[in-house]
Structure formats: structure tokens, C-alpha cells
Write a protein that binds this ligand. Structure first.
Ligand SMILES: Cc1cc2nc3c(=O)[nH]c(=O)nc-3n(C[C@H](O)[C@H](O)[C@H](O)COP(=O)(O)OP(=O)(O)OC[C@H]3O[C@@H](n4cnc5c(N)ncnc54)[C@H](O)[C@@H]3O)c2cc1C
Ligand code: SF4
Length: 520
């Protein structure tokens, strides 16, 4: 008899740990655990999503005749730690072996590797074959030459999957249509309404549990609408393909106040907990192009995110950890300002992204990268502080994908492993790609002066501070040329304004204590 331990982000019927399960003998173990003071305080919607999806998945396995031992968060005997819960389950079932799928977090893998000795049993850790590229293969592909960058890795994934390929050549003759995907939205544009899912009885019960037990966590539940079953996730995917994919490319980088989802897929939460797989969503998007319902720039752009970026950041995570998280190439040490939690700032771009994040546990890529991420980079927020925020506030946040995006792409803390230049921008970028600046109290055009936009003086201050590192980077030649053309007086004013602004920035009195640790 084997005990198959399924974690909260492994809710896939085809998960490798379920391969060869014998319903007559084997038992599936699933546990909901709250541990004190060990982890970030997850957004309430993220907790509801995972707990509800776990409960639904357990019922689906039971309906197939599989025995599931499910330990609820509020079970009196629950020891609220998933190693302790595994040990209790081993004592209950006396299995000959434990089977698990490779987890999504380095810390959890370390724990798993100690289970065999701790439990006195064989513990089989199987590859997570929902991903296209396993870590060892990633290391092989990216060590030599050009393939160390995402673009070349992505091409390899296209060849390997055959997605958007005509023999050995990319469909349409180009690998990448990104240049067509940077349009700003017309003024007042309204995106189509998206399919959301009203909570069923299981979700409603979990919502009550979360509201009671984690009342002081960030976020609201009023607009919870995430799919919590595979059936719902497939409906959400279908909705995206029909109403949003054709415009996904054009408006991929655009932002607009009050438009929280625009033409994005909203599938990351479902994808990351296992309700959908990367290959099936990429193949579904390809079908839309092949059958003439979506243009190539949109479909290629979407597929690049799913089989390119998503696989690439996972490869970086597993091949660079644990040292990766410890790097801090730009020596950023400032604490996270409190407006990341409250949204209480005159900077309209940040206030708007924090509002959407609080209401939906979601912000799209450019909001994460070029608004909250950009500010954190320019202000020199300590990587660990900003990482903890991203990990807590987004429904799709799991360390394997959150960490490289924040540590590498946003904070440039890895010294350029993920991106050859930092994603730093002044207000001109935000003004071009959104309507935020139009309704903002700051002057987006001013670099210095009483009402100058902080993104401006912080941007130039960032360039001044890190001139030794980036001054010779060919991809940053233009801004450094503009900096060189500035007078000494203006440079001094920029530095003074940036220092004064940063000194006044409020930080949370004390980081709220962590309360919950989930087994993902
Ligand atoms: C600072 C920062 C933090 C992020 N943290 C996370 C995170 O914790 N979890 C997460 O899944 N994504 C993260 N991303 C990537 C991306 O922003 C989200 O995947 C995306 O916003 C999710 O919304 P969507 O499903 O509507 O995506 P879409 O815009 O519709 O994109 C389609 C899919 O492509 C994949 N994808 C796109 N960009 C990336 C990327 N850079 N890395 C990995 N996958 C990508 C996702 O699976 C996404 O669902 C982060 C990006 C940044 C800049
Ligand atoms: S003016 Fe500056 S702070 Fe205001 S929305 Fe634009 S970029 Fe943000």
C-alpha cells in the first residue's frame, strides 16, 4: 500500500504521483495546514482558491473510487504542519512507501528529501511532468552560448512542441511578434466582461473559514470569481479564447484605470494549481490561429508567455536556488512602504494597481513589472521585502514563478541572469501605456520641483546611483546619453529630491505576523 501525498498546487488528475495508483490499496493524502509565524500572509482570495480547489479535487478523486484521507484546516487533531500531518497519516495507514510529485518550492523539496529518513520508509519524489522542461534539461540547454537567454530557450520549446511551426521554421517566418504588441488603448476603451464564477457551497464554506480565521490578511473576498475546478477552468480558458485572445497581443502592455483584466487570459491561478496544463492552453491558442479566429501576433505572444517565460523562470529557479534568493546585486535595503498594502499614496498608478490587487488578487504583467515593480526597483526596496509582498498578494503566486520574476526581472538582484538590463522607467512610459497620469496629482512631465512625479526623479536618481554598473550597458546608452546632457545643478536637484522623498516614505510599523503555511 502506498500513500500518495498531493500538495495544494498539484490538483491535476494526470499528476505524476497518481501514475499507477491502485484504488483498491493505495490512499491519497491531502492536508490543509496553518503554521504560525513561518510564511507570508496570503491574500484571502488565494487561500479560498487553493482550499476550495483542494476540496473539490478530493471529491473528484473519491468519485473515481480513490480513497482520499483529507485533513481539514479546522480538524481538531490537525497539527497544522504538513510534515507532522504526513507522519500522523503514516501512523494511520502504515504504508510501504510514500509517493509525491516534485514540489514548487525549494524549501519544501528540502523537507521532502528528509522524509524517508524521518519516517523510516521509501519516499519516491517524481518529476513534475506538467512542465515541458525539467531542471536538468534546462541546465543543459542554457549553459552554452545563446540559449542562456529566454528568446533562444523559447525557440527550443517551439521546436520541441511543434507549436506554431512549419517544419523547422516558425509560422509566418518570424519567431517573435512583440514589436506589434505594444499599443496603447484608445481613450475610454472598455474591455469585454469576463467570465467569473460565483462561489458554490464548498467555496462559500471556505470563504467563511478564511474570513474568520484570517480576517486580518490583505484583500477582500467580495469579487472572488476564480475557477476552482477543472470544469470551471476549461470554461474560463474558452472565454479567454473567444473574447480576449484576438486582442491579447495588441493591448498586452496597456493599462487603464478601472480595467483590471483587459485582454489577459486570467489563467495563471488555475494553471499554477494544476486545473489546466501549459501544453493544453498553448495548443488551444494555436488552434484559434490555425482556424482563423485570432491573429498571429496575439497567439504567438500568448504562447511565448506560456511555453517561453513560464518554463524559463522555472528553469532559473530550480537551477539557481538556493543561492539565487540571497543575491542583492544593487544593494537594495529599503523596507517596503506601507502604501503597497493600503494603496494610500498620491501616485495614482500605484494606488490603482494596489486597489485592483486588493479586490482581485490579480494585476496583469505590466502593472506588476512597470508600476509596483518599477517603483520598488527605483526606490531600492530590499529584494526580500518586495518578494514577500508579491508572494502574498497574487492568487497565482508560487515561489518557483514569483521569485525569478521579482528577484530577477523587477529587482535585478541577480545581477542580470534573467534580464540583461533593469526594467527601469520614468513617468513617460507609464503615461504612454496608460491613462493613469491624466488623473494624477503629480506632474508626469516634471523631473524636479514641487509637484514632480516621483517616478521621474527616482528614475534619474537610479541611473546616477548605478552609473558604474549600467553606464556602459549598450541597451542603456540612450538614457545615459540624456543624463550626460544634464547640467550639474539638475543632477544635484534630482538626487536631493529623491533622497527627501525616500526619507519621508512611510513603512509599516511592524510587519504583521505570518500565520499560515500552505503545503505548496
Ligand atoms: C513582478 C512580477 C511577479 C510575477 N509573479 C508571478 C507569479 O507569482 N505567478 C505567476 O504565475 N506569474 C507571475 N508573474 C508573471 C505574470 O505577470 C503573470 O503570470 C500574469 O500576470 C498572470 O495573469 P494572466 O494569467 O492573465 O496572464 P497573461 O498575461 O494572460 O499571460 C498568459 C500566461 O503566461 C504566463 N506568463 C506570462 N508572463 C510570465 C512570466 N513573466 N513568468 C511566468 N509566466 C508568465 C502565465 O502563466 C500567464 O497565465 C509575475 C510577473 C512579474 C513582473
Ligand atoms: S504622474 Fe507619476 S505617479 Fe502619477 S500616475 Fe503618472 S507615473 Fe504615476
Amino acid at each position: 500500500m502506498r500513500l500518495v501525498f498531493i500538495l495544494g498546487d498539484q490538483l491535476t488528475r494526470g499528476i505524476s504521483s497518481l501514475d499507477g495508483i491502485d484504488p483498491a490499496r493505495d490512499v491519497v493524502l491531502m492536508v490543509e495546514v496553518a503554521a504560525e509565524a513561518t510564511y507570508v500572509r496570503h491574500h484571502k482570495q488565494k487561500l479560498v482558491l487553493i482550499l476550495s480547489a483542494m476540496r473539490h479535487f478530493a471529491e473528484e478523486l473519491r468519485a473515481e473510487g480513490i480513497r482520499v484521507d483529507y485533513v481539514r484546516l479546522d480538524a481538531p487533531e490537525n497539527r497544522q504542519d504538513f510534515c507532522a500531518e504526513l507522519a500522523r497519516a503514516v501512523a494511520r495507514h502504515l504504508p510501504e512507501a510514500v509517493v509525491v510529485t516534485h514540489p514548487g518550492e525549494w524549501r519544501v523539496l528540502q523537507l521532502m528529501q528528509g522524509w524517508s529518513e524521518a519516517l523510516g520508509l521509501p519516499v519516491e519524489i517524481r518529476d513534475d511532468d506538467r512542465f515541458l522542461c525539467q531542471p536538468a534539461e534546462f541546465a543543459r540547454l542554457t549553459t552554452a552560448g545563446k540559449t542562456g537567454r529566454m528568446e533562444y530557450f523559447y525557440r527550443e520549446m517551439r521546436r520541441r512542441t511543434g507549436l506554431l511551426m512549419e517544419g523547422a521554421k516558425p509560422v509566418g517566418g518570424k519567431w517573435n511578434y512583440d514589436a506589434e504588441n505594444r499599443k496603447a488603448l484608445p481613450r475610454g476603451h472598455r474591455a469585454p466582461k469576463r467570465k467569473r464564477f460565483a462561489p458554490d457551497a464548498v467555496t462559500a464554506e471556505v470563504m467563511t473559514l478564511v474570513e474568520t480565521r484570517f480576517a486580518d490578511h490583505f484583500g477582500t473576498l467580495d469579487q472572488f470569481g476564480w475557477p476552482v475546478t477543472r470544469t470551471e477552468a476549461l470554461l474560463a480558458l474558452d472565454d479567454f479564447l473567444r473574447v480576449a485572445l484576438p486582442s491579447f497581443g495588441d493591448w498586452q502592455d496597456a493599462m487603464q484605470a478601472g480595467e483590471d483584466f483587459l485582454y489577459h487570459s486570467l489563467i495563471a491561478p488555475a494553471l499554477n494549481i494544476g486545473l489546466l496544463t501549459a501544453l493544453e492552453v498553448a495548443a488551444a491558442a494555436e488552434r484559434e490561429y490555425l482556424e482563423g479566429r485570432a491573429p498571429l501576433n496575439a497567439v504567438e505572444g500568448f504562447i511565448r508567455q506560456v511555453i517561453g517565460w513560464r518554463e524559463f523562470v522555472r528553469g532559473i529557479y530550480w537551477t539557481e536556488m538556493p543561492g539565487y534568493a540571497q543575491t542583492n546585486a544593487l544593494n537594495a535595503t529599503r523596507p517596503l512602504p506601507s502604501f503597497y498594502w493600503t494603496g494610500d499614496t498620491r501616485m495614482r498608478c500605484i494606488a490603482e494597481v494596489v486597489r485592483g490587487t486588493r479586490e482581485n488578487a490579480y494585476a496583469h504583467h505590466i502593472q506588476r513589472l512597470m508600476v509596483t515593480g518599477n517603483f520598488a526597483l527605483l526606490a531600492g526596496i530590499a529584494p526580500a521585502e518586495i518578494e514577500a509582498w508579491y508572494l502574498a498578494v497574487y492568487a497565482d503566486a508560487f515561489e518557483w514563478v514569483e521569485l525569478p520574476n521579482v528577484h530577477g526581472m523587477v529587482a535585478h538582484a541577480d545581477g542580470g541572469r534573467l534580464g540583461s538590463k533593469p526594467y527601469a522607467a520614468a513617468a513617460a512610459y507609464i503615461g504612454r501605456m496608460s491613462d493613469y497620469c491624466r488623473g494624477c496629482g503629480y506632474d508626469a512631465k516634471a523631473r524636479t520641483g514641487r509637484n514632480a512625479c516621483p517616478m521621474n526623479f527616482l528614475y534619474w536618481n537610479f541611473l546616477i546611483t548605478h552609473q558604474a554598473r549600467f553606464g556602459k550597458n549598450p541597451r542603456m546608452a540612450l538614457p545615459y546619453k540624456a543624463l550626460a546632457a544634464m547640467g550639474k545643478g539638475e543632477r544635484a536637484a534630482i538626487t536631493a529630491e529623491a533622497e527627501a522623498f525616500l526619507a519621508k516614505m512611510k513603512t509599516p510599523e511592524a510587519e504583521p505576523p505570518a500565520q499560515i503555511s500552505m503545503p505548496w
